[in-house]
Design a protein around this ligand. Structure first.
Ligand code: ZN
Length: 101
């Protein structure tokens, strides 16, 4: 699966988690036990989405101008070292092949 297919799959999981969260909210008063279990499941799905997003390599963004420039992490906006495979702050996987200064 290419990056677009992977992003699509992550988006599906993200939307499913949001729907489950919404349904858990709607039945909070009626079925508290089921609601609690659904909330926990939705939270786990959202954590999985975060981890999947971090492990999908993304291109760092060039910032600055003239002689002063650096690269920002697409995940946390922190500065990343050129050619690092992962952001040292948030763990976002980085892809440098097409990135040019
Ligand atoms: Zn980062």
């Amino acid at each position: 699966m290419d990056v677009k297919g992977f992003d699509h799959a992550i988006g599906m999981l993200d939307r499913a988690a949001a729907r489950l969260m919404e349904s858990a909210t709607n039945q909070r008063g009626k079925k508290p036990e089921k609601s609690f279990a659904d909330f926990e499941l939705a939270e786990e799905m959202k954590n999985a989405v975060k981890m999947l997003k971090r492990s999908t390599p993304r291109e760092p963004e060039l910032e600055g101008s003239g002689n002063v420039w650096w690269f920002d992490c697409p995940g946390c906006r922190g500065e990343v070292e050129q050619k690092d495979s992962f952001c040292r702050k948030c763990g976002q996987a980085l892809q440098w092949e097409k990135v040019t200064k």
